[in-house]
Design a protein around this ligand. Structure first.
Ligand code: C2E
Ligand code: MG
Ligand code: MG
Ligand code: MG
Length: 283
């Protein structure tokens, strides 16, 4: 009986693995087609000042529907990374974000847009040149583009990434360390890195207000290094209140707004400018 059970388990296991392999292959070929057809979309999640609530910019987030079903970037970005498709997808995201930021700037006024950059893109020796060309092609003022790079990606090979980061910074784009606090940063490196913004990871914002140690530490560190802070994943009024009191600069999360379509984001920008809320840009 034991042997039988083991045998059944084995059969079950292989079928499960086959299913997963098939699902993965379908995802991969779906991604390839989507890249060729450019059938992705960007949504835009606002960031606001912690004190006062003025709009300070947006983060562009990619969206993809595969066979009619929305697939989360957490599921397909890793596949895009493994297959190298991320290079083309990343280029599309950059183009689309810069095109949109330029149009908004011309129609309403300057509003920065942040773009997420993956490990493979950052490691690509042509990346800084690509960013420069995209900015030129769309006539985008460099200070309207912010690049978000996760802490784990930057810190995994700081010395290798440093020249690229310096080149990007020299172009005039801003650099944010995303999901800060989840990796392990060498403080010595952090001081040398050409970064402007630390984004406090959602998991630490989620701990507020009862377990504030990490959020407090990141804010204090940023203040020491003259970096600005953005809290991601702000969902409650208590969290917002704590962050504003603690001196966090900007907030992002469902409490403020879900990610918006380009049209809805533009409507928000029009309201912000109409309310005479000059965006705090040259800061
Ligand atoms: P991220 O850059 O840290 O983005 C924040 C994620 O948290 C987004 O998920 C956003 O929709 C979600 N979020 C925002 N506010 C809240 C909140 O209050 N509560 C909760 N529970 N979630 C919130 P999304 O869009 O699914 O993206 C997941 C990750 O996928 C991103 O994390 C980023 O690492 C990656 N990603 C998204 N778009 C792109 C892209 O265009 N290129 C690359 N390379 N990566 C991307
Ligand atoms: Mg991000
Ligand atoms: Mg993040
Ligand atoms: Mg995150």
């Amino acid at each position: 009986a034991a042997k039988n059970a083991g045998g059944n388990r084995f059969v079950f296991y292989t079928r499960d693995m086959t299913d997963r392999a098939e699902a993965r292959l379908r995802l991969e070929s779906g991604l390839r087609e989507a890249v060729a057809a450019r059938s992705f979309e960007l949504v835009y999640q606002p960031k606001v000042e912690a004190s006062g609530g003025r709009l300070t910019g947006f983060e562009a987030l990619i969206r993809w529907r595969h066979e009619g079903v929305p697939i989360s970037p957490g599921d397909f970005i890793p596949v895009a990374e493994d297959t190298g498709l991320i290079i083309e997808i990343g280029r599309w995201v950059l183009e689309e974000a810069c095109r949109t930021a330029t149009r908004w700037a011309l129609d309403h006024g300057p509003v920065p847009v942040a773009v997420n950059v993956s490990a493979r893109q950052l490691a690509d020796p042509g990346f800084a040149r690509q960013v420069e060309q995209v900015l030129q092609r769309h006539g985008t003022p460099p200070d309207l583009l912010e690049l978000e790079i996760t802490e784990t990606v930057i810190m995994k090979d700081v010395r290798h990434h440093l020249p690229t980061l310096n080149r990007l910074r020299a172009l005039g784009v801003r650099i944010a360390i995303d999901d800060f606090g989840t990796g392990y940063s060498s403080l010595a490196y952090l001081r040398q890195l050409p970064v402007d913004v630390l984004k406090i990871d959602r998991s630490f914002v989620n701990d507020l207000p009862h377990a504030p140690d990490i959020a407090s530490t990141v804010i204090a560190l940023a203040q020491r290094l003259l970096l600005s802070t953005v809290a991601e994943g702000v969902e409650t009024a208590e969290q917002r209140h704590w962050l504003a009191e603690a001196g966090c600069d900007c907030l992002q999360g469902y409490l403020i707004s879900r990610p918006l379509s380009a049209d809805a984001a533009e409507a928000m920008i029009m309201t912000a400018f109409a309310c005479d809320e000059a965006l705090p840009l040259s800061a």
